[in-house]
Design a protein around this ligand. Structure first.
Ligand code: KG4
Ligand code: ZN
Length: 340
């Protein structure tokens, strides 16, 4: 089964063709990052406008690279939640138009389910199937999830304030890096000496699988403010290294506990922050020590893309999920929500 997939939940306009949920035939991502960087973050109104301008070309390119037309695809999968509402609506409305014109079914896909499904697209992950434990760390979400089957998800840990990626971006911005700062912060941290600064590793009282990143970000901002007030200098690489160490240590400790509590044999990581080299190493270590198998997509599939939506779309289709012309977009939605 071939699925044309569309993703427009944030600042990437993306389309892909995916076969049987496991094989990428084509995968096109048009990023708006350079434009949003001028403002230090995503400007929703600009994102919606760029999606409208780009979506026809991006879908055309995905079909063209797959050497296909709409006739050759069996269904259209589209991200319908969560994300920027105006941005999501562009993809959803495009999918509805394409479905009406072609007579193909529409499959609504939850963005975070898609991030997890990016792992199904990796050749070396061909043995990966639920149940497993999933860590989703992106710009908007930080979740630890029990994936019971391909369409049954239970959140067992989540952030109480900022998402991991958001914390990276805010700390990076305070350090003077352009948006989105996560990757820039990582690069700077590689040159940084450890031990010069000490940042907190906040815990959530009585809830050992939850996260709180906002205190960590505030601590970074305070160190920089204090230095500015007295005309002191900040060793940015050293501060970046300490921030990265603290943020990834917090994630590692929760995953260690989640493995113990759930007893799951496989651990899957996903989302933009899963591109972080230190986090990848920490997860590898935890899984080696606890005898678990770790699955992480290559960096190219950690960030937003449509192939992951096509992968999850296949399993949603198999479970009977279909949308009609009343399909709407939703800014927020729990990953466990069942589309009716
Ligand atoms: O999953 P994603 O592409 O978009 C969302 O759905 O949010 O995640 C984007 C987030 C941004 O916050 C970005 O700074 C972060 O992932 N990110 C990183 C790295 N690469 C991207 N954070 C830390 N280290 C990285 N190498
Ligand atoms: Zn995402």
């Amino acid at each position: 089964m071939r699925i044309l997939a569309i993703e427009s939940s944030c600042d990437e306009t993306a389309a892909a063709v995916v076969e049987n949920g496991r094989k990428i035939i084509s995968n096109v991502v048009n990023s708006q990052i350079a434009e949003h960087a001028k403002y230090g973050g995503v400007v929703p109104e600009i994102a919606s406008r760029r999606h409208i301008e780009n979506i026809v070309g991006v879908v055309d390119t995905a079909l063209c690279r797959a050497d296909m037309t709409m006739k050759d695809v069996d269904a259209i999968a589209v991200t319908y939640a969560p994300g920027l509402i105006g941005a999501l609506l562009v993809g959803v409305n495009f999918a509805k138009g394409a479905a009406m014109a072609s007579g193909k079914p529409i499959i609504p896909v939850h963005h975070l389910r898609g991030h997890i499904a990016a792992n199904y697209l990796v050749e070396e992950h061909s043995d990966l199937e639920p149940p497993f434990l999933a860590l989703v760390v992106s710009g908007g979400h930080t979740h630890i999830i029990k994936v019971k089957n391909y369409t049954d998800f239970e959140v067992i840990g989540r952030t109480r304030d900022d998402a991991a990626g958001e914390a990276f971006d805010k700390a990076a911005r305070a350090m003077g890096f352009p948006y989105p700062g996560g990757a820039n912060l990582e690069k700077a941290a590689m040159e940084g000496k450890k031990g010069k600064y000490r940042l907190p590793r906040p815990q959530v009282n009585g809830s050992e699988l939850d996260f709180s990143f906002s205190g960590l970000k505030t601590a970074v901002v305070n160190i920089i403010h204090r230095a500015n007030q007295v005309g002191g200098k900040i060793d940015i690489p050293a501060l970046a290294a300490e921030f990265e160490d603290a943020a990834t240590e917090m994630i590692e400790s929760r995953i260690r506990i989640a493995i113990e509590i759930t007893g799951e044999k496989r651990v899957v990581a996903a989302g933009g922050v899963a591109a972080n080299g230190i986090l990848r190493k920490r997860l590898e270590n935890v899984c080696r020590e606890t005898g678990r198998r770790l699955y992480i997509p290559p960096v190219s599939l950690c960030g937003d893309n449509a192939a992951m939506i096509g992968a999850q779309g296949f399993y949603e289709f198999e479970a009977g999920v279909r949308a009609d012309m009343s399909l709407n977009a939703y800014a927020t939605m729990d990953i466990g929500n069942i589309y009716l």
